[in-house]
Design a protein around this ligand. Structure first.
Ligand SMILES: [Zn+2]
Length: 255
């Protein structure tokens, strides 16, 4: 048996058997891992509150030499992020954030910079809940960069011309934006306006706790968010279940 104490946050939990659950954690030391929590579905389980979405704890984990599933023994809560779990807007935002991390990060590969980014994003969301879409976009752009898939947004990936003030097309398998002349046809593309491109560039270089200074109109913000997540989905060849849910539970008002 290998024992390890890891600081981590909960990305989700699913029922496993009558009494157990499997939780997905993003940890500082081990990256994304899955762990079985025994007896958690029984009343009075001591671990129940520590497996809430994004609750940060120090977890005692152990596993056999073979297999990828850990067993979660104990948890000591460091931060429950209780304020983020009161409003529907924030809860839904947390769900999208959790899906991004669980779909894009490889299992068992630590990235301390992603862990830090997650904590900063949660902190910023607590302070600026209405900037949730900006925060999700900034998180996605920075996440892709940390995972080795930075988006090219300055020059066309085909002709090398500057993209400044141009309508561009984000093409996942080309690693970023192409100009209108080079976009070709056939592959999946996401059209972005010159203003959208400027916002994405700003979001990528701005610290998450400062992104709220940008103010976007609701429809523009929503469209750009779906573009960024669509690009992320295609880059990692995953589909995000939370997006449809997000539009359903947080409909846009008419402008
Ligand atoms: Zn071009």
């Amino acid at each position: 048996m290998n024992f390890v104490a890891a600081q981590g946050m909960v990305l989700g939990a699913t029922a496993y058997s009558e009494a157990d659950k499997i939780v997905q954690l993003y940890t500082l030391q081990l990256g994304r891992v899955r762990a079985i929590v025994k007896g958690i579905r029984k009343p009075k389980s001591k671990l129940a509150s520590s497996i809430d979405l994004f609750t940060e704890s120090t977890f005692s984990l152990h596993k056999k030499a073979s297999g990828s599933l850990y067993v979660l023994g104990q948890a000591k809560i460091l931060n429950g992020y209780a304020d983020l779990k009161k409003e529907f807007l924030q809860i839904t935002t947390l769900q999208v954030l959790a899906e991004m991390v669980s779909q894009a990060t490889p299992e068992g590969e630590p990235h301390s910079e992603i862990y830090v980014l997650l904590k900063e994003t949660l902190g910023a969301l607590e302070k600026e809940p209405k900037s949730n879409e900006l925060l999700l976009m900034a998180f996605a752009l920075k996440l892709m960069e940390f995972l080795g898939y930075p988006l090219e947004l300055e020059i066309c990936a085909e002709c090398g011309e500057t993209l400044e003030k141009k309508k561009v097309y984000l093409i996942p398998h080309r690693g970023g934006a192409l100009c209108e002349l080079c976009q070709g046809s056939g592959s999946v593309r996401f059209q972005v306006t010159p203003m959208g491109l400027e916002v994405l560039k700003k979001l990528r270089r701005t610290l998450v706790n400062r992104v709220h200074v940008l103010k976007l109109k609701p429809h523009f913000s929503r469209q750009l968010l779906f573009t960024v997540i669509g690009y992320l989905e295609r880059t990692f060849e995953k589909s995000f279940k939370t997006l449809e849910y997000y539009s359903k539970v947080l409909p846009l008002e008419r402008e």
